[in-house]
Design a protein around this ligand. Structure first.
Ligand code: GH3
Ligand code: MG
Ligand code: MG
Length: 448
């Protein structure tokens, strides 16, 4: 009787669990992404799975290959596990050195293994380090699959006198190593291009150059490549030697995480701009330089107009989105050497080196104009997308005989901001020096 009841209950339970699964799937953050980013983020893993399947028929299976593959994946998992307690920094291109293991797999084993390698590791990380949004993790591992799968295809297509399964001896060691370096670079390229595509689609103003061309990122990439090539060499000589590389890789991963975390203490987590303390420190250095070299400089204070209404109407999450969009707009409109930070709340500070009052008026009015034309899509109370327009008021103070201290400049910019608010918001006010108000630019007179 009990069994009958159980069996009778099974279809209901199944339907319920499928229903729960579907409901859970419908809540995945990936569905909240905007098009075309959403399709892109879904299409790339699909392409990686297709490529993995296509390499199956061409693969001849040997127990030894499976053992090497399992050992390399196990080492990669140990490296992840050894640094699991350290939180992965957000808002940066995250380096977890996984490509070191993937390149060794790409060189030592047939392409199928390189395409498939991110699958067990992604699953492992989703269970053991579930801090990053799943779709991001799946996407970045799909790009790794395509990258090192293609690198493996390229390496195995090279003629044996240049590459081949073993580094051999004499000049062949050099051509073999050069081929591995070439495949490592190819993997890097194929991994980064789709990644930057996704970053561009999610933030059209993201500065990609800083992510790849800074001294820090180039150094990290070179170290990662050299570790990957060394590991590939060790595995090709004898797979047992991979255990030699494990401690130094764990150590380097810890070092990278530490450096990234230290860097992250400089920025405001919500907007990615400099936090108030760092902004003040960097601004003070720039101010001292301007005084020493007798060059002009301006400080601007930006405040969102009626921001409380945004929070009250659409909620604090929508407010946060507005702050992020404003920060991204500021980054895109400013020059590389301008220093922009979040002062606190919905107030932002700019330090504009080599900028006199006329130029400061032009720059800040361009910012004001840009923000007023920006549309931020937020959810209204019925969960419908609502195009929200925001405006900012900006106060500017310029370095002059009576203002040579950063706090004085900030206070004067704040004072100018107050005047801009009083004058009706969505406008700028520039104080050229303590006793004079610079003529407003035409656009300011028209603003509001
Ligand atoms: P005004 O034009 O005079 O500047 O009006 P306002 O509403 O922008 O200014 P007010 O000072 O009254 O409100 C600022 C609001 O900013 C209140 C606060 O809840 C909100 N705020 C501050 N920090 C954050 C944040 O990190 N996220 C969100 N969503 N809101 C914030
Ligand atoms: Mg304010
Ligand atoms: Mg405000």
């Amino acid at each position: 009787m009990r069994a009958v009841r159980l069996i009778r209950g099974l279809p209901g339970a199944l339907t319920e669990s499928i229903g729960n699964g579907t409901a859970a799937a419908s809540r995945w953050p990936v569905w909240k992404l905007r098009e075309p980013l959403r399709s892109y983020v879904i299409a790339l893993p699909a392409l990686a799975i297709l490529a993995t399947c296509l390499t199956v028929p061409a693969t001849r299976w040997h127990a030894q290959q499976l053992a090497v593959f399992t050992a390399l994946i196990a080492c990669a998992a140990i490296a992840v596990e050894a640094t699991r307690s350290v939180h992965e920094p957000r808002g940066t291109v995250f380096r977890d050195l996984q490509s070191v293991w993937y390149l060794a797999i790409a060189i030592a084993l047939p392409p199928f293994f390189a395409f498939a390698a991110p699958i067990p590791l992604t699953a492992y990380k989703l269970v053991r380090v579930p801090r990053m949004a799943s779709h991001r993790r799946v996407f970045s591992n799909a790009t790794l699959s395509l990258a090192y799968g293609c690198a493996s295809l390229a390496f195995h297509a090279l003629p044996p006198p240049i590459a081949g399964p073993s580094p051999g001896a004499g000049a062949h060691v050099l051509t073999w190593t050069a081929a591995v370096i070439g495949c490592g670079l190819l993997g890097w390229l194929i991994n980064h291009v789709p990644l930057f595509g996704a970053i561009r689609l999610s933030d059209p103003h993201a500065r990609l150059r800083g992510m790849v061309a800074s001294r820090e990122s180039v150094t990290s990439d070179v170290v990662e490549l050299s570790l990957a090539v060394s590991l590939s060499l060790l595995v090709a000589i004898d797979p047992v030697l991979m255990t030699l590389a494990l401690p130094s890789l764990v150590l380097h991963r810890r070092h990278l995480l530490h450096t990234q975390l230290v860097n992250q203490t400089r920025v405001d987590a919500k907007t990615g701009l400099l936090n108030a303390v760092t902004w003040q420190r960097e601004a003070a250095v720039e101010l001292a330089r301007a005084i020493r070299t007798r060059t002009p400089l301006a400080v601007a204070m930006i405040d969102l107009d009626h921001f409380k209404r945004v929070n009250d109407t659409f909620g604090h999450l929508a407010g946060d989105l507005v702050l992020r969009e404003l920060a991204s707009g500021l980054r895109s409109t400013l020059r590389e050497y301008d220093i922009v930070g979040r002062f606190g709340g919905e107030e932002f500070t700019l330090l504009l080196p080599h900028t006199d009052s006329t130029e400061a008026a032009r720059i800040t009015d361009r910012i004001r104009e840009h923000v007023s034309q920006q549309v931020v899509m937020v959810d209204d109370s019925n969960h419908n997308a609502f195009p929200l327009r925001i405006t900012v008021s900006i106060g500017v103070a310029c370095l002059g005989d009576s203002r040579r201290d950063l706090n004085d400049l900030i206070a004067a910019a704040d004072n100018a901001l107050y005047q801009a608010k009083q004058a009706g918001r969505n406008r700028i006010r520039v104080l050229a020096d303590a006793n004079s108000t610079a003529p407003l630019p035409k656009s300011d007179a028209a603003a509001g």
